[in-house]
Ligand binder design. Structure first.
Ligand code: SAM
Length: 239
């Protein structure tokens, strides 16, 4: 955690529940996974200039990660007006020079990336299973358009994986998601990797995270673009 000269707030202030009636939202899952995820991001993004965060939600991650990775310009976004207001409110309190104002971005919209500056990496935490598959496809296409060669799209969340038994807690979560919206639900990692391939995004790393979640890094390489959409070009799968 960065030193906080002249700031007597606890280091994890942005992960704590705001007072009732506050514009800031609080996400218990974000408070739990922020530190383990930040440790992975520090390792994956040692040279990144800028990160576009898709589906920033409450904005707590944006503040936490911008503070932990001060060399990165952090670009939060979401599609929901309440989320955008919350991100803006956390950002105002944080006063971080490297945290930009939130952008309204809906990755299921056509060409959602048009007019955005290229970024070193795109991060999307806990969205692709809480949104129609179309959002995942839009995320893959737009991320590939914004990333340079070797740039990373980093996904976090629960996944199904071939040959790996899905934890009962994730099965129950999947059922509850599908009840809320039949288009939602846990994604198969292999399906995501297959959909990413035509955009030149190949699996680079899978990191097992607490509570049966995964961090998945896909790296962009023009030479790996595969119009057939196969997964044979996938990179090493570290655990
Ligand atoms: C479960 S929340 C996760 C928020 C945050 N990433 C976190 O981990 O706390 C899912 C978020 O995805 C956003 N979202 C859903 N569909 C989206 C889309 N098509 N484009 C961008 N964001 C979307 C929602 O507004 C919501 O903020």
């Amino acid at each position: 955690m960065a030193e906080r000269p002249g700031d007597d707030r606890p280091a994890d202030w942005m992960l704590r529940e705001p007072p009732p009636g506050d514009e800031r939202l609080a996400a218990p899952a974000a408070a739990r996974n922020a530190a383990p995820l930040a440790a992975v991001l520090e390792r994956l993004l040692p040279d990144a200039d800028s990160v576009l965060e898709i589906a920033s939600g409450s904005g707590q991650h944006a503040v936490f990660f911008a503070e932990r990775l001060p060399w990165v310009t952090w670009r939060p976004s979401d599609t929901e007006p309440t989320a955008l207001a919350s991100i803006a409110a956390w950002r105002r309190l944080a006063g971080l020079h490297n945290l930009e104002a939130p952008r309204a971005l809906d990755v299921s919209a056509p060409d959602w990336w048009a007019g955005l500056d290229p970024v070193s990496a795109v991060l999307c935490v806990n969205m692709i299973h809480i949104s129609p598959w179309q959002s995942c496809l839009g995320l893959l296409e737009g991320a590939a358009a914004l990333l340079p060669d070797e740039g990373a799209l980093i996904l976090y969340g629960p996944f199904r994986r071939e040959g790996v038994e899905t934890a009962e807690s994730n099965e129950a979560f999947d059922r509850s998601l599908r009840q809320r919206d039949p288009r939602w639900g846990l994604r198969r990692l292999e399906a995501v990797v297959e959909a990413a391939a035509p955009h030149g995004l190949a699996l680079a790393e899978v990191v097992e995270m607490p509570a049966n979640n995964l961090t998945v890094a896909l790296r962009r390489s023009a030479s790996q673009a595969d119009p057939a959409g196969g997964i044979s070009g996938s990179g090493p799968q570290g655990l």
